[in-house]
Design a protein around this ligand. Structure first.
Ligand SMILES: [Zn+2]
Ligand SMILES: [Zn+2]
Length: 182
């Protein structure tokens, strides 16, 4: 859906704030084990995000009715401020990636959820940059941008990953940028 500036850029502010708050909540416990667990869970959350991103893009945005319509708006107008508003995405991530783990370990839940938010933020940045910036050829951002342009302009059959093409390689949906369609 079309978003105003406030909601479109809301995630860029909300995600780091929430993650920082959760880190502070663990830090003030002055418990080295809890802090170690938080940091490990954060790294784990970042890795899990890459798979979440792939699953949502391939099997929700390009497969589930209603969602595919919403996502198609982005494909029709790639530079438009289109996306899910922060309170919806972050709220959903909270329910799935924080709440169930909170009852097991506060530190793990906080780190894991923050890692997911960190990955989501990276996705938002790379995706925004792909459509609005012109990164230096040869840079990582440039390669990620080219991969995403293949997703947009050479059919929808591949390159679902935005922050990494790792899962496209795993699920055999990676489309080589220089390969032209016959
Ligand atoms: Zn798409
Ligand atoms: Zn895009």
């Amino acid at each position: 859906m079309h978003l105003g500036r406030f909601l479109y850029f809301g995630d860029f502010v909300l995600c780091p704030l929430v993650a920082f708050g959760l880190l502070i909540a663990t830090l003030i416990q002055r418990d080295a084990t809890a802090l170690g667990l938080w940091l490990a869970a954060f790294v784990f959350g970042c890795m899990v995000w890459t798979l979440v991103e792939y699953i949502i893009h391939r099997w929700v945005y390009h497969a589930v009715p209603v969602f595919d319509k919403l996502h198609d708006a982005h494909h029709q107008e790639p530079r438009g401020m289109i996306g899910a508003p922060s309170f919806l995405s972050v709220g959903l991530f909270f329910l799935v990636f924080y709440l169930p783990f909170y009852f097991v370990s506060h530190a793990f839940a906080g780190g894991f959820f923050s890692g997911i938010l960190g990955g989501y933020l990276a996705y938002m940045l790379v995706h925004h940059a792909s459509h609005h910036w012109a990164p230096k050829p040869g840079s990582l951002l440039y390669r990620l941008r080219v991969n995403h342009m293949v997703h947009h302009y050479r059919g929808d059959e591949g390159n679902y990953g935005v922050v990494t093409s790792f899962w496209d390689h795993v699920f055999a949906t990676y489309v080589e940028p220089q390969r032209r369609r016959a």
